[in-house]
Write a protein that binds this ligand. Sequence first.
Ligand SMILES: [Zn+2]
Length: 274
Amino acid sequence: VKTNHKRSGEEKKKIMVPPYEGPKILFLDIETFPNLVNVWRLYEDNALNVERFSIVACFCAKWLNGNQVTKALPDYKTYKVDQFDDHELVNDIWALLDEADIVVAHNGDMFDFKKVNARFIFHDLKPPAPYRTVDTKKVAKNIFMFESNRLTSLGEYLGLGKKLDTGGFKLWQECMLGKKSAWTLMKEYNEQDVILLEKIYLRFLPWIKNHPNMAVYEDSDPKCPKCGSFRLQSRGYAVTNSARYNRVQCVSCGGWARFKVNQIPKHRRPIQNL
Ligand SMILES: [Zn+2]
C-alpha cells in the first residue's frame, strides 16, 4: 500500500485531495444489560457461573450540531431469534466510531469505550479507525469541585437540564422481559443523556485542558485548538521558565491558546534554574 509521503512528486500532483471539513465529533452513550449469574450468597460472593454475559442493550450517538441515532436491541432483525444478541447493534456502534475523529462520552474512558471494545472483540471485529476521546467526567473531576460528577447532577448544577427519571432497575428488567413501552422509555432516556452530554461538553469546552487540537485537522490560518474558530484575539503572553509565546483568546468559545514560536530570540534565551 502506497502512503502519501512515499509518493513521488509527479504522482502527488495527480491526486486530488478533497477539502477537509474539520474533525468529526461524536457524542456517545450506551446502556447495558447486567451479567446474569448464579450466586450462593447475596453479598460479597463470587458468581458460580455466568448464564449470560453483560451486553449492550441500547445506544445513542449524535454528531456535534448534527444528526442523532438511537437504537435498541428490538430495532434489529436478530431480536426475534435471540433477544440478547447485540451483534448487529454493536456493528452500528463500530461504524460510528470508525467514522469519528473525536468521541465524547461521560465516563467514556472508564466505561463506554472499554465496554464497546469488549463487545467488538467478542464479535471478532477489528479495531475501528483510531479516534481521540474526551471524557466529560474526567474534566468535571480534574478542573472543578462539583458536589457530584454524575451527568444529571452536572446538568442540574449548570442549568442545562437533567436526565429522564428511569424509575431505576425496574426499567432494565422490563426491557429484558421484552416490554415494548419499557424499550421506548429506555431509548428516550438514552437520547436525553446524549443531548445533555453535548450541552455539558460545549459549556466545558473552553476549560478543557489537552482537548484534541482542532487546528491540526487541516492546513489553515490560526484556529482555536478547542473549538476550531478563527476568531482569535491577541491577549498578551504565555510565559514558561524558558520561553515567552504570543497568547490568544478565542472569541467563539472563550478558550485560551498560545502560538508555538518562542518570542525570545535564541541568543537571548534565559539561563535555567538547577
Ligand atoms: Zn474556541
